[in-house]
Ligand binder design. Structure first.
Ligand SMILES: [Zn+2]
Length: 331
């Protein structure tokens, strides 16, 4: 539910900024029955099916035509096969939405091939939490997306939504050299979406990496969950706007009151409801993190001087051409 302050921010700040058409390139659906008992106890995300996601989106963006790229929920111990099948069934409710198949290093290419033959998957969603090294924080891309899976993705020109691991994210030398090798030599047909501004929640990684990333072919970005203004300014200023997708990371990663705060080069999620924050000098009413992200996007767009056509590109036109989505068709 939106609070009174969320509504003020929507009506006074965001309603004029968010176009009538929105393609959200980063959302998660979850049916907790697919989690193992152990992992289910750790992951506090709620059940979110297609209808729940639409209800949430209509509260946040009233009246907008919205389609999504659904990514599944990358939780260790999840029943990958049941989860993927359930998502495929869920998104049949909207012919203009897309989905990436959740993949772990144990998924065999014959299984992936079978799913692509049966359902209309758009690409793959690997995740660092499944790394074969057992270390989700310092693993390399091929530790959680195997070379045989990359070969399959290359052969079929698939999209891969990649949340980079390693402490420096996109500024990490090994990540950069892996991406360079994969995009220019080894897997030139794979189309990468680097999630969360190439995992740059603070100003630093994207500033380091953007001169290199912008030279690489077949790279796109989603801006999901980035609530700091500075990485968005760098991305909007230094990258081709055609390579940027709007994404939200809804529901549980951004539908809370708070934001992803930065402290120097570090960052962490701050849920205001979990702390007794004091606001001695102002009317202390935190807003939803997704509205924080949209405010940051709006201010970055103003500072960089993006046109309304650039903003339409980010919110839906880039996705329309990338994923063959048609707006204005009904579902
Ligand atoms: Zn996500």
């Amino acid at each position: 539910m939106l609070s009174e302050q969320d509504r003020v921010i929507w009506e006074e700040e965001l309603a004029q900024f968010v176009p009538q058409r929105v393609f959200d390139a980063h959302v998660h659906l979850l049916d907790r029955r697919h989690l193992s008992q152990v992992e289910g106890a750790f992951l506090n995300w709620k059940d979110t099916d297609w209808n729940a996601l639409q209800d949430c989106a209509q509260q946040l963006f009233p009246g907008r035509e919205l389609h999504c790229l659904v990514l599944g929920t990358p939780s260790p111990g999840i029943d990958v096969e049941s989860h993927n099948r359930w998502i495929a069934q869920q998104i049949q409710l909207d012919s203009q939405s897309r989905m990436n198949r959740l993949v772990t290093p144990t998924c065999k290419t014959v299984e992936i091939e079978r799913d692509f033959a049966e359902w209309r998957f758009n690409g793959l969603k690997p995740y660092r939490l499944f790394s074969v090294t057992g270390d989700p924080h310092q693993c390399r891309i091929a530790d959680f997306l195997t070379h045989s899976q990359l070969e399959f993705a290359d052969e079929h020109r698939l999209w891969v939504t990649m949340h980079l691991s390693r402490y420096h994210g996109c500024a990490d030398e090994l990540n950069l050299s892996d991406l360079e090798e994969y995009t220019t030599k080894r897997y030139p047909n794979v189309r990468w979406i680097l999630a969360h501004c190439a995992r740059s929640f603070s100003y630093w990684p994207i500033r380091q990496a953007i001169p290199i990333l912008r030279q690489m072919p077949n790279l796109w970005y989603d801006v999901s969950a980035v609530t700091d203004l500075r990485p968005l300014i760098t991305l909007f200023q230094e990258e081709d706007i055609k390579r940027i997708f709007y994404g939200s990371d809804l529901v549980d990663s951004t539908f809370f009151r708070g934001k992803y705060v930065t402290l120097g080069r570090a960052w962490c999620g701050l849920n205001a409801d979990q702390y007794s924050l004091r606001f001695p000098h102002c009317d202390g009413r935190p807003i939803l993190a997704i509205y924080e992200q949209l405010l940051a996007m709006k201010h970055a767009a103003e500072i960089v001087g993006l046109s309304s056509s650039d903003i339409e590109d980010i919110f839906w036109k880039n996705a329309e051409s990338a994923f063959g989505v048609k707006f204005g068709q009904g579902t």
